[in-house]
Design a protein around this ligand. Sequence first.
Ligand code: SAM
Length: 330
Amino acid sequence: MSDTPNLASAGGKIMLVGLGPGSHDHLTARARAAIAEADTVIGYVTYIRLVADLLEGKEVIRKSMTEELDRAIEAFERARQGKKVALISSGDAGVYGMAGPTFEVLFQAGWTPDSGVEVEIIPGASALNTCAALVGAPLTHDFCAISLSDLLTPWPTIARRLDAVAYADFVVALYNPKSGRRTGQIVEARRLFLRHRRPDTPVAIVKSAYRPKQRIEFTTLEKMTDCDIGMLSTVLIGNSNTFIQHGLMVTPRGYRNKYDVESGATRHGEQAGRSLSTGLTGWRAGLHASGRSAAELAAEHRLPEDYIAALLAEPLDAAQADDETAEVEA
Ligand SMILES: C[S@@+](CC[C@H](N)C(=O)[O-])C[C@H]1O[C@@H](n2cnc3c(N)ncnc32)[C@H](O)[C@@H]1O
């Protein structure tokens, strides 16, 4: 038996529904079924409009963009009365969406998973997936998402993250890049990126992906702030290997480091299914064999000197044992 107080009538449920980009073709079957099964649908007015044809006979609660906590509180109140509530977000509800605020409200009210209100999170394709699909294959290597909205996050935090990922050569998807009032953040993002990245780094700007006003623009880091960017845009900034060819933005996965891409042959010194010769084990062996100082190696590899010093201080055997199992690369 649970110690948690019963907070609800039987059968109440909150469904956090990710709608995907907004076209019905990209709405998942589970998202559609969740909306069909809901008594009440709550969401930002624009998102309600995206699924207006699925809402007949339902209670519909339209909220403004800044009323996230109100949406969650209202959903919880209805679910406690035994209602099934669909709380809708564009893209994925867990990516800058309603999932986080909803759990904050629920936990604040003493909710636990066994206290009578069920919660289901229904994933949807986030803007980074859908915008990437429209421009090619920009996210095929390490990437991250950063929101430029400073409505809830202090600018120094956002700037620190921009600086770190620009330095670390991630592909980056910028959410909430610009609005009528927030026009300076994208300018600062560009300024921070240009400290670490080439001005001709490829950039794609996708506005209203999979919606009637969809617009795609390819540009460069240097010129991106001259482009049409708004509330419904996602900005994809490539890494140092990303290129644009035949109207497609592509980030290589790294196969050229190991294979001759034309013939498929493995390059000299590399082994199929094993870490690169400059992977962890090979690289560590190289550090030891170099006879150079931790400071010199740290500068060359742009890594902290104390990290390199710690590696040099450890014997190599343990690291070599880690590489015994061959990996399969998908
Ligand atoms: C509050 S966030 C919501 C993100 C959403 N939960 C997701 O997973 O995509 C709003 C931002 O998502 C991005 N976005 C959402 N839908 C988009 C679309 N159809 N096309 C381009 N960007 C979109 C834009 O950067 C926009 O400023």
